[in-house]
Write a protein of this length. Sequence first.
Lengths: 246, 116
Amino acid sequence: MALPPLDSPQWQSPWRAFAWGLRSITQTILTIVLFVTYLGIGALAHDTHFSLLWTLCSTLFVWAGPAQIILITTLGSGATLIQSAIAVTVSAIRLFPMVVSVLPLMRTPTTKRRELIFAAHLTAVTLWVECHRFLPQVPRERRIAFVHGLGCGLVSVCLVANTVGYFLAANLTQTLGAAILLLTPLSFLFSTARNSREVADVVALVLGIVLYPLAAMMNSGLDILVRGVLAGTIAYGVHWWREVRA
Amino acid sequence: MSFAQAIGDWHALAVLFVAGVISNQIWRMLGLWFGGGIDEGSELLVWVRAVATAILAGVIAQIVVQPPGALATVPDVLRYGAVAAGLVVFLLTRRSIFAGVVTGEVFMLAGKWWLG
C-alpha cells in the first residue's frame, strides 16, 4: 500500500486521511512487535491478579508499555501507590521530548493547542517512529487526522492483544502460559537494547538488571527507585567521564 | 471468568488512575504546553533517560528472577538460559528484536520439553 500523492484529491477529506492513517498500521513490522508486547502485558496482568477491565484501561489511558509493566510489577509486588507513581513518572519523562519533537510535524499556523491533545496522548515510541516515517508523505493540513487514525489503529491492536493474552494466560497449560509471560521481559529487554544508542543507556540497562538480583541476594531491600537512581547515576557518570576525556 | 471478575474492584482502578495515568500523562501534557526550546542532548535529559532505563531494566530483571504466575513453574536455569540465548541471537542478528524473542521462547519451550 502506497499513500496517495500529496496533491491527490484523496486528501481533501479528513475522514479519508484518518482512514489512511488507520490502514498504515499494516505497513510496519512495529505493529507485530506491539501486538506481541501487549499479548505479554495481558498475560502479565492476569497472572499478577489484575482484572481485564483494569488491563484494558491501562492500555487505553496510560498507553506506554514501560509504564504499564512498571505499574503492574510494582503494584503486584506490594509497592505503595507513591512508589509506583514515582517509578511510572520517571519512566514517562522520555515522553516529554517525544511530544515536543513530534507535534511540530503536524502543526499548521492556525492549529490550536487543543486540537493536538489527542495526538499528544497517542504519542509513544512506536507512533513517534512512524510519524517521522509517514508524515512527510501526508499533506500538512491532514496530518492530525492521519495521526489520529494511525494511533487509534495501534491502540486497537493492543487492546485486542491484551484481551487475547489475558485469556490465554487464564486458559492455556502452564508451559504455554509461561511462554506468553516470557514475552514481556524478552521484548522489553531487546527493544530497550535496540533503542540504547548512547553509552549511558547501555550501562544503565546492564546495571539496572544486575542490581536487582544483587539487591535481592544481599537482602538489602533497596527498592526500585533507589536502584534506578543508583544505576542511572553511575551510567551518567560513565557518560560524563567519557565526554571529559574526549 | 464472571463479569464481576472482568471488571475487578474499583479501588484497583482508582490506583491505576493515580499511580499510572496521571503520573504518566503529565509529561505528555507538559510537552504539549511547553513545546519547543528543549535540547534532546541536554545533560539533565541524559541522566533522566539513564535512570528511566535502569528502572525498566530492574522490572525486567524482577519478572525473570522472581516471576509471577505460570512463569514461576519454569526452572531458574531455563528462564536465565532463555534470556541469555535470546540476547546472543539478538546481538548476532544486528539487533533483531524478533529473532531474539523467538530464540528465547524456543529455548524455554525446548528446555521444558526436554526436562519433561
